[in-house]
Design a protein around this ligand. Structure first.
Ligand SMILES: NC(=O)c1ccc[n+]([C@@H]2O[C@H](COP(=O)([O-])OP(=O)(O)OC[C@H]3O[C@@H](n4cnc5c(N)ncnc54)[C@H](O)[C@@H]3O)[C@@H](O)[C@H]2O)c1
Length: 325
């Protein structure tokens, strides 16, 4: 699907960390973007650039308010047809979803049900989805898109996997094409959650010591958010099948939590003591290590420019500047 034309897109979760960067990228390509966000976890400030564009509209509403969104979008869609839904709205607070399964049922799964129903009702036949490495669970071997195994260890991962199933089923009825992107850990400016933001905030309130959840050996691939949105745009442009599923990540590299802790201490509070926990897992539902194959993306001609460590170093600086000035 060609994106660098005045294509009209619907973007759920637009005010979030990744959604706001994707909005900027799509506007930069010449698209019209209609964002939906209930601002539960996202922030209006993330969209300060996008909101200056006449090609951007923010609808502040819950994705699960299907009737309301149909009414709000109907006239916009009639004047300029929406051609693709980018569905990013979800719960991004994984521990909250472990505590209460209704959180991920409502914000991770039901938002997919309602985004698909909205697409059906408006006749939008293309759907791109922000899935996650969390669908795989905890495995040491490189995981491939179709091979799995799929053993999520959080309600969040389970609801992402179920969402993928719903999208696959919608291809049998009303969708023409779907893209399912499985993200690694994504880092960078405007972060609303995640290990770097957490460490920066902790050191901001007590610069003497950083308490780390887990023993620091957790090891995962990290990708900078600007690279992530470029890979998504590349994937939608280059993958022309009906069901297009793709892992997105840096090229084989990963980063330990201990390294992230050291990088944040070095940037924010040099000399602070790092106090590690005793277990290899940060909290229930946290995947301590995984590695997946990005061969499919590479075969499409996209390779991350930054290694996992480089992405982390850049993000530490961006987040520290945003949070602490
Ligand atoms: N950040 C990562 O490392 C990562 C990794 C894997 C997958 N993802 C996925 O990428 C997407 C974006 O994540 P993010 O990191 O930007 O998180 P985020 O919390 O910053 O963004 C999610 C946005 O969705 C909105 N939202 C949630 N429920 C909603 C609802 N019911 N109605 C309307 N808006 C709602 C929130 O307000 C928020 O702005 C999510 O689907 C997430 O699961 C993120």
């Amino acid at each position: 699907m060609t994106l660098n034309r005045p294509l009209c897109c619907l973007l759920t979760g637009a005010a979030g960390f990744i959604g706001s960067h994707l909005a900027d990228r799509l506007l930069g390509l010449g698209c019209r973007v209609i964002g939906i966000d209930n601002l539960r976890l996202g922030r209006r400030e993330n969209l300060c650039g996008a909101l200056e564009s006449p090609e951007f509209t923010l609808i502040e509403s819950d994705v699960n308010d299907l009737a309301g969104n149909r009414a709000r979008l109907g006239p916009l869609h009639a004047s300029r047809p929406i051609e693709i839904v980018w569905h990013l709205a979800a719960n991004s607070d994984i521990p909250a979803g472990v505590e209460d399964p209704l959180v991920d049922l409502t914000h991770t799964l039901l938002t997919t049900v309602n985004s698909l129903t909205l697409a059906r009702d408006l006749g939008i036949r293309r759907f791109a989805f922000a899935s996650s490495s969390a669908v795989y669970g905890c495995h040491p071997d490189p995981l491939t898109e179709e091979g799995g195994p799929f053993r999520p260890i959080s309600n969040y991962g389970a609801m992402k996997l179920a969402s993928e199933g719903l999208i696959s089923a919608a291809l049998e009825t009303h969708l023409e094409q779907a893209w399912v992107f499985r993200f690694p850990n994504v880092v960078g400016s405007r972060a609303t959650h995640g290990v770097i933001l957490d460490f920066v905030k902790r050191l901001g309130s007590d610069p003497r010591e950083l308490a780390v959840l887990g023993n620091g050996t957790q090891c995962k691939p990290y990708l900078h958010v600007e690279e992530l949105v470029s890979a998504m745009v590349h994937g939608v442009s280059q993958m022309a099948g009906r069901w297009n599923c793709c892992n997105i990540g840096p090229d084989g590299s990963d980063t330990t939590v201990a390294r992230i802790a050291e990088a944040v201490v070095g940037r924010v509070a040099p000399g602070a003591r790092i106090r590690y926990g005793a277990t290899a897992q940060g909290w229930p539902g946290d995947v301590p290590r995984f590695r997946y194959s990005v061969e499919r993306l590479r075969a499409l001609g996209w390779v991350a420019r930054l290694s996992s460590d480089e992405a982390v170093a850049r993000a530490v600086d961006e987040v520290a500047r945003e949070v602490l000035g």
